[in-house]
Design a protein around this ligand. Sequence first.
Ligand code: PLP
Length: 258
Amino acid sequence: MERLLTIAGSDSSGGAGIQADLKTFSAHEVFGMSVITAVTAQNTQGVFAVQDIDPGIIKKQIEAIYDDILVSAVKIGMVSQVETIKTIADTLKHYNEQNIVLDPVMISKSGYDLLQPDAKEALIEHLIPLARVITPNIPEAEVITGRSIKTVVEMKEAAKMIFEMGPSYVLVKGGHLEEEDSTDLLYDGTDFYFYTSKRVPTKNTHGTGCTLSSAIAANLGKGQEIRDAIKNAKDYIQMAIEHSFSIGKGVGPVHHFH
Ligand code: PLP
């Protein structure tokens, strides 16, 4: 069985972060493992506190896995601090990990900073070049490129700029654009590929970014080609959002299918 690793933050309410990643891995029938980078206190209404995990313990967790287990693919999510980012990059480089999906998590839907402001440069310098695929949404692509993105043309320009930072593929997620359908675009350094999906009229979208990136990682871990991995992950997240539900007073989680 494929072995998938998520390096990400814990969401106590189970909708995003490590919990979403492990549920997504199970739904894809791959074996999930986790390196926890931060513990968040959150529910459907917001993030109330974050405790970053010591980088030394993050390194030990990664080493414990790689010294024993063959990893099929890795998803990286919340990595809020400079030291955390450097440690993860150095350790994954040491093990020559190539199959990395990087979700550059920055701000929660409820508005909490999940990436410290000074960590952006570290992300660009150390982690983005290691990624096989990076999956920014529009606000994240704006922070990474320092440009405002309001149109598909600007999305394409941002994808090109991010590609120059060293990943093999860039998937810019267009859900934040005010268009009728939601279009994501993949750039491989030469061509653009578009993935358009119908908007689902629901407020329950907590953890969608985490779920999409871990579904892509699961599919890459199974050996799927990049375009299939993304298409299949998009189909998965669409179904998961269509069947999302309320568990509290705020933004509920998506449904993970088996
Ligand atoms: N909490 C953690 C640990 C996350 O990794 C993320 C996003 O990646 C979130 C919260 C935010 O989730 P959302 O913006 O979907 O509510």
